[in-house]
Design a protein around this ligand. Structure first.
Ligand code: AP5
Length: 222
């Protein structure tokens, strides 16, 4: 009787800290991190037609059409590493139709984590965010500054990380979040995302530890 791998969804407004928390969660729990935004940015970098189309929507802060996103995510979830180690899905689903598409393919999470962050913090986080193209690590000029001059010199910024664009991304988020939540009633855990990243992680860590405890208890009892 082996414990089934964890299946986790994480959601929240733009720059609420999803990517940052996913780095901490994967370090401890070994889940496969699947981020819809990262898959789309990889598609843009590949220069494909889908990538070009996706970029037009991302620049406007709108959802990329389902025919591009849905297959991409489902394929990644079906790969053997995700099936064996469990998955951590970040930034998907963002609409009722995306949630329905997953459910119909048999992908149901054990837990849905929602990061709640005050709007004034989101803009600050977006504008100060920087990425290390070598390690993939997420930094912030004030809250998570790079460790060395060498890293500082190579940091990059995302094309949609401006104050103007984050407002559009936020609007899109507000339009869709309630309908997504309605699909996961009963397994939603709301986390206060305004605290330091360590404090936010300890809330998530507690929730995941409890979940594993419950899964173990069910196994033992059967
Ligand atoms: P996506 O890449 O998913 O962007 P997003 O949802 O806007 O989220 P971010 O990646 O901006 O932020 P995050 O929550 O990961 O925050 P982070 O940890 O980096 O999507 C981009 C676009 O792709 C969308 O607009 C859409 O067009 C398209 N797309 C994506 N998914 C789609 C889908 N399913 N369907 C259709 N289209 C889709 O943190 C942000 C900053 O804050 C960092 O600098 C970090 O260091 C700092 N920080 C983090 N935590 C803390 C803390 N606790 N205290 C202080 N600072 C912190």
């Amino acid at each position: 009787n082996k414990l089934e791998p964890l299946k986790v969804m994480i959601s929240g407004a733009p720059a609420s800290g999803k990517g940052t928390q996913c780095q901490l969660i994967t370090q401890k729990y070994g889940l496969v991190h699947i981020a819809a935004g990262d898959l789309l940015r990889a598609e843009i970098s590949s220069g494909s037609e889908n990538g070009k189309r996706a970029k037009e929507y991302m620049e406007k802060g709108q959802l990329v059409p389902n025919e591009i996103v849905v297959m991409m995510v489902k394929e990644r979830l079906s790969q053997s590493d995700s099936q064996e180690n469990g998955w951590l899905l970040d930034g998907y689903p963002r609409s009722l139709s995306q949630a329905t598409a997953l459910k119909e393919s048999g992908f149901q999470p054990d837990i849905f984590i929602l990061l709640e962050v005050a709007e004034e913090n989101l803009v600050e986080r977006v504008v100060g965010r920087r990425l290390d193209p070598v390690t993939g690590r997420i930094y912030h000029l004030q809250y998570s500054p790079p460790e060395t001059e060498e890293i500082a010199a190579r940091l990059t910024q995302r094309f949609d990380d401006t104050e103007e664009k984050v407002k559009l991304r936020l609007q899109t988020h507000h339009q869709n979040v309630e309908s997504v939540l309605s699909m996961y009633e009963g397994i939603i855990v709301k986390v206060n995302g305004n605290a330091s990243k360590e404090d936010v992680f300890s809330q998530i860590d507690n929730a995941l530890t409890n979940l594993i405890g419950q899964k173990n208890a069910t196994l033992g009892g059967s």
